[in-house]
Design a protein around this ligand. Structure first.
Ligand code: PEP
Ligand code: MN
Length: 361
């Protein structure tokens, strides 16, 4: 797929406030809940109201959404507040109903993007639509699968497109519900600068206290918008209670965001510089994270060597690693001297840790 300017036109034509903010509950629960949240969001910088009508749940037996009745409530929201309406669709019958009820934005959820069959079914049901369609990243960090979803829609003559970054699932526990892996949306943005890119900090975080930081990182990386789950009574929400915030907290979050507007040459330069610096920060965090992981493995090796009474320094293995890394580094434009110095420092740190393990009682 090549970069297509027309994918972005809807965002410019709608002339919405920048960044585009999509807010509303994880799930539509009752008519009263849906309308109350919408009215609280009405006179804020929020442009689009979201609510899940059919909910994909990890385990059966949990609340799976109110179904089609919720569409009537959303119709009322649109009439009473003028907000645009967004819902998730996961099959052709959802699409049919969403079109009947004139939903403005349809998104494909992370669990659907992983399945080319489902995405194709949705694309066929939407063929030629004027509606805006957003594709969430698949649950696994696979950029081609994500782009494959966009391609299927574009091929079905759907031109108002965009993507939502909601993080990626991992086996390892981390502070995130879904790891952001920022390098993926960064790469997507570099390859498709005209594809509107929206961040969903709620599903990345899984908790309230880090929403602000994630949102700011997204804006610093030049994202076009944010989708944030908002509920009048977050703690008692029927799904995703830990990550939802009240409309009031959302307004505060938006006020605290540093939004970098491009107003002149100088601002453009600063904006670009800031985006690049944030990319560097993301990469540096990743470097430290990986070095920390490497040390943990080295410590385990230290334990094994202690058990078998083997020397810490294994010169043959070390020379093999170095040889390979110098070659690989060269391919990535890194000088031999730099690779040597860097790995010597890493190796020394590993040896220090292993010595500690081996000499412990
Ligand atoms: C949601 O937006 O409520 C949702 C189910 O998200 P995801 O597809 O990202 O898990
Ligand atoms: Mn949710």
């Amino acid at each position: 797929m090549e970069n297509k300017k027309e994918m972005r036109n809807w965002l410019d034509e709608l002339k919405l406030i920048h960044p585009l903010v999509i807010a509303g509950p994880c799930s539509a629960e009752t008519e009263d809940q849906v309308l109350k949240i919408a009215h609280d969001l009405k006179d804020t910088d929020v442009s689009v109201y979201r609510a899940g009508i059919w909910k994909p749940r990890t385990r059966p037996g949990m609340f799976e959404g109110v179904g089609a009745i919720g569409l009537k409530w959303l119709e009322k929201v649109k009439k009473e507040t003028g907000l645009l309406i967004a819902i998730e669709v996961a099959n052709a019958s959802h699409v049919k109903l969403a079109l009947e009820y004139d939903i403005d934005i349809l998104w494909i959820g992370a669990r659907s993007t992983v399945s080319p069959f489902i995405v194709q079914e949705i694309a066929d049901a939407l063929n030629g639509t004027e509606k805006i369609v957003l594709v969430k990243n698949p649950v696994n960090p696979d950029l081609s699968l994500w782009l494959g979803g966009i391609e299927r829609l574009y091929t079905a003559n759907i031109k108002k497109l965009g993507v939502i970054h909601r993080g990626f699932s991992t086996y390892e526990k981390s502070k995130y519900r879904n790891n952001p892996e920022w390098q993926l949306p960064i790469e997507l943005q570099n390859r498709f600068p005209d594809l509107p890119l929206i961040c969903d900090p709620s599903h990345i975080a899984g908790r309230r206290d880090i929403l602000q930081d994630i949102s700011q990182t997204a804006l610093d990386l030049n994202f076009d918008g944010l989708m944030i789950e908002t509920h009048i009574d977050p703690d008692n929400a029927w799904s995703d209670a830990a990550q939802q915030i009240t409309p009031k907290t959302l307004v505060q979050l938006m006020d605290d965001l540093k939004i970098r507007k491009v107003t002149n040459e100088e601002a453009d330069y600063k904006n670009k510089l800031n985006t690049l610096r944030t990319q560097i920060d993301v990469i540096d965090h990743g470097l430290l994270d990986n070095l920390g992981k490497r040390m943990k493995v080295a410590i385990e090796i230290g334990g094994l060597k202690k058990l078998k009474n083997v020397a810490v320094l294994q010169t043959k293995r070390w020379n093999e690693i170095l040889g390979k890394m110098i070659l690989e580094g060269e391919q990535k434009g890194l000088s031999e001297e730099f690779v040597l110095r860097m790995f010597k420092a890493i190796h020394q740190e590993s040896i220090n840790h292993q010595e500690k393990v081996i000499n412990s009682k």
